[in-house]
Ligand binder design. Structure first.
Ligand SMILES: Cc1cc2nc3c(=O)[nH]c(=O)nc-3n(C[C@H](O)[C@H](O)[C@H](O)COP(=O)(O)OP(=O)(O)OC[C@H]3O[C@@H](n4cnc5c(N)ncnc54)[C@H](O)[C@@H]3O)c2cc1C
Length: 803
């Protein structure tokens, strides 16, 4: 084994070998993969090898498409067969809701250029004759589903990488990792040490243990997973096309395996494997079968596919593989650890391994993953992912693998975990909570304790009339919203302003003022949107997206502030409340001594004030677009502030409102938000943020690319649409049609209660941004006429927030 390498990849499963191959493909040849045993000795060797293109996140779906298309390439380079069988697959629906869900998946597939087809029960039965039609209402066909040989795929990646210059050592275990002060690593193994510029943790089943070597507790947990293979079935004798299906309601997947069927299940009572510590001596082992545990799924399988039972069970496989709490991979660099990268938690290695390898290799070589990988970025998690939290969430995710997640559905596991001081107060007002980064926040307020729950649905739900009343209160009087679920940072020091100016696209505000600013990467794409509040010459309070806190901190670390500038994340030290609506000023004025008249405290002002007895930062702005204020207080004051405002509010018609009303109101104003309208695939001009990019202020990250976008005009435009919806509004990811062709996609949708209209925000090609007619938005399989609005439907001039 060599003693120096540019990269050491730890782990020779499908993911590690894919990373290795992609690094060589990107031109890095001095790369070494270290494998504890033989290649595939983790979860890879016993996988069923199934692959699918459909994924809830369109950006992850694109990487899955890439993975499936890659197999030809690595077969050609390596001469090693991947055993690819593209059989096409049928996704079976047992209920109307499931069929609606499939229609939505098909619609999303349109702009991903997937050729999905909705099937009647009879059509589905032609493609998958083993089914008993009585249990199904229809299905969907994906022509590029199939399966591969896990051994073949892993060795094809490995050989292709070796041909590209990589070295692979087997039977060598990494036992420790030591960071050097110059950012390089000593990789300690049981066969000697390697000095590496970069280390990649692709240790699969042991990724958590390798993480612990560098002080990380990665949110991954292995679950036991079982599949069985039946004896030969006369129904399959002589069949040319191989059968492949998912029965969602039965929670099983099936595919032909020689003369029989392979049937796997994500059972409700899933069991974690090695929840605390993965044993190092686990190799190409299987776990004892537990048919008892999957008996309910087997019973359903035998009922839905009657010819399976008489075929008998020839073989059972029970093996562990790892999941992150949301079931998506964990990929990317780690904040605080130079040159340490992860590619783990990959639960669908044969659909996702190629995309993960591609994204990570680009990130390492070019400094950017080259695609929108927010959905699998390791930085989407923070400190709250304790071992027990991960355990609860992974078990929930596993048991719901084939369940529908409705747009208004909040999942119950690991809750409540994080609460703010007014949690019980809001509960007493019948708040229906959602969780965001494990923090409870009110979605809407029900009229009674009995009514305080969501009836989940793709259509407008039971919360609709109550959210409407909350929006009307903001329109006509005043509403109070908890806004603790934002990310916050204190930035201070003599050089704080120039440093912020070098990473933010907008001008830095003067003292006492607020500026909204996009943050761009070098490619000029959006990687954040911030509210910059200036407290003093050398002190700033930044508000951004809480889920992106680690992501931002990692970026700040990369564009390190000069000595003397301190950047402190303080999300949970400051909790917040927001007042919005025409009476908000009078209400707040009744409890502060400062003059709140526009002449004294205009729109976009920021100042420390005493609100009753409570010291607070007060900003004059509101994401609702109404006249409004945001109040930030050190958390121990939040309860007192809440009680003060609620009491004072009685005279002003104050009503509590929640996240759903806020979402509807920001869409009415055409305001975008992170992870929906703002993502690293859009430029600021495309996203309608051009006016917040100060190209003339001097150099900043992404300036050249933003200038180019401005000159060339950008490819896309964010637009607001009024949709002739039925009883279901757009929620996001629906295709936008223009004159009979899918041309774009929705990023957010909601019912706009202040204007009584169903609304959607979405991207269309720039050349269609001026088209007045011909748009449709496909909601649950139906193309609904959509009117492109020339301006935001509520207060387009923004006069009410400036009054
Ligand atoms: C029963 C079953 C069925 C499945 N079916 C499918 C399917 O149909 N389709 C699909 O896409 N996925 C399926 N999977 C999941 C799939 O197996 C995983 O997504 C995939 O194997 C993850 O690969 P990996 O490379 O991340 O991890 P692993 O395969 O666990 O590889 C990690 C490697 O790292 C090595 N290693 C760990 N620590 C060290 C160290 N300290 N030093 C050196 N080497 C180390 C290990 O020996 C191992 O070889 C299934 C899994 C199971 C268990």
């Amino acid at each position: 084994m060599k003693s120096h390498a540019r990269v050491v990849v730890i782990g020779g499963g499908v993911v590690g070998t894919s990373v290795l191959y992609h690094l060589t493909k990107a031109g890095w040849r001095d790369v070494l993969l270290v494998e504890r045993a033989e290649l595939t000795s983790g979860s890879t060797w016993h996988a069923a090898g199934g692959m699918h293109t459909v994924n809830g996140d369109p950006n992850v779906a694109k990487l899955q498409q890439y993975t499936i298309q890659l197999y030809k390439e690595i077969e050609a380079i390596s001469g090693q067969s991947c055993g690819v069988h593209i059989t096409g697959g049928v996704m079976l629906a047992g209920t109307r809701e499931r069929l609606d869900w499939l229609k939505m998946a098909k619609a999303r597939g349109r702009y991903l250029k997937m050729e999905l087809e909705i099937l009647s029960v009879d059509e589905a039965a032609k493609l998958f004759p083993l089914m008993d039609k009585r249990h199904f209402v229809g299905g969907m066909y994906d022509p590029i589903e199939g399966h591969v040989d896990p051994y073949g795929v892993t060795h094809a990646y490995a050989k292709s990488a070796q041909i590209g210059g990589a070295e692979i050592v087997r039977h060598t275990r990494v036992t420790d990792l030591r960071a050097r002060s110059d950012g390089t690593w000593d990789v300690i193994t049981d066969k000697g040490n390697v000095r590496a510029e970069h280390v990649v943790n692709a240790a699969g089943l042991w990724a958590r243990e390798v993480g612990r070597m560098v002080g990380l507790e990665l949110p991954v947990l292995a679950m036991e997973h079982q599949y069985l293979i039946t004896g030969d079935m006369p129904e399959l004798a002589g069949r040319k096309e191989q059968l492949h299906a998912i029965d969602f309601e039965g929670e099983i997947y099936l595919r032909q395996e020689r003369g029989g069927m392979l049937m796997g299940t994500y059972e409700r009572a899933g069991v974690p494997w090695s929840p605390l510590q993965t044993p190092w001596d686990f190799g190409q082992d299987l776990l004892p079968n537990d048919l008892e545990r999957i008996a309910p799924s087997l019973a359903v399988g035998f009922e839905h596919f009657p010819s399976l039972e008489p075929a008998g069970i020839k073989k059972v496989v029970n093996g562990p593989f790892t999941f992150a709490p949301d079931g998506n991979p964990l990929v990317g660099p780690i904040k605080g650890l130079r040159n340490f990268w992860v590619a783990c938690g990959v639960m669908a290695g044969f659909s996702q391994g190629g995309g993960v390898g591609l994204a990570l290799s680009r990130w390492m070589v070019d400094g950017d993953p080259g695609a929108d990988v927010w959905g699998m970025d390791v930085a989407r998690y923070g400190d709250w992912t304790t071992l027990a939290y991960t355990n609860a969430k992974v078990r929930e995710n596993y048991s719901r693998r084939f369940s529908i997640r409705f747009p208004n559905e909040e999942l119950p596991a690991a809750r409540p975990l994080r609460t703010t001081p007014i949690y019980e107060h809001l509960k007493a007002e019948h708040a229906v909570f959602g969780d965001y980064c494990a923090l409870e926040h009110a979605q809407w307020f029900a009229p009674s304790a009995q009514a305080a729950h969501d009836e989940v649905s793709f259509s407008r739900s039971n919360s609709h009339p109550y959210v409407a009343a909350e929006c009307r209160a903001v329109r006509d009087a005043v509403g109070l919203l908890e806004i603790s679920n934002y990310g916050k940072f204190e930035v201070s020091g003599a050089q704080a302003a120039p440093w912020l100016s070098s990473i933010m696209a907008n001008r830095i505000p003067p003292v006492g003022r607020i500026a909204l600013s996009p943050m761009l990467n070098e490619r000029g794409k959006l990687i954040g949107d911030f509210t910059l509040c200036r407290l003093a010459e050398d002190r700033f309070f930044l508000v951004g997206t809480y889920a992106a806190e680690t992501y931002y901190l990692r970026w700040f670390e990369r564009h390190a502030p000069p000595a003397g500038v301190s950047v402190r994340p303080c999300a949970m030290q400051y909790t917040g409340l927001s007042l919005a609506g025409p009476h908000s000023r009078a209400l707040l004025q009744s409890v502060v001594r400062d003059d709140l008249a526009t002449s004294a405290f205009p729109f976009m002002s920021f100042r420390r004030m005493e609100v009753g007895m409570v010291p607070a930062y007060v900003g004059r702005l509101s994401f609702t677009g109404a006249l409004g204020y945001e109040l930030w207080v050190s958390s121990e004051y939040q309860r007192a502030l809440y009680e003060l405002l609620m009491n004072a509010g009685r005279d002003y018609g104050l009503k509590l409102f929640g996240g759903r009303a806020l979402n509807a109101m920001r869409i009415e104003k055409g305001f975008g938000t992170w992870a929906r309208e703002f993502r690293p695939i859009y430029g600021p001009l495309e996203a309608g943020l051009g006016r917040f990019v100060a190209l003339d202020k001097g150099e900043f990250v992404g300036r050249a690319a933003a200038a180019e976008e401005k000159e060339k005009g950008g490819a896309l435009r964010l637009q607001c649409f009024k949709v002739a919806a039925g009883d279901a509004d757009a929620i996001g990811d629906e295709p936008i049609w223009h004159e009979g062709k899918p041309v774009g996609w929705v990023t957010s949708g909601a019912y706009g209660h202040r204007v009584d209209a169903s609304l959607a925000l979405g991207y269309v090609p720039a050349e269609l941004a001026a088209a007045d007619s011909g748009f449709e938005i496909e909601i649950i399989g139906e193309r609904r006429p959509a009117l492109r609005l020339k301006e935001a439907p509520v207060d387009p001039a923004g006069s009410s927030m400036r009054i």
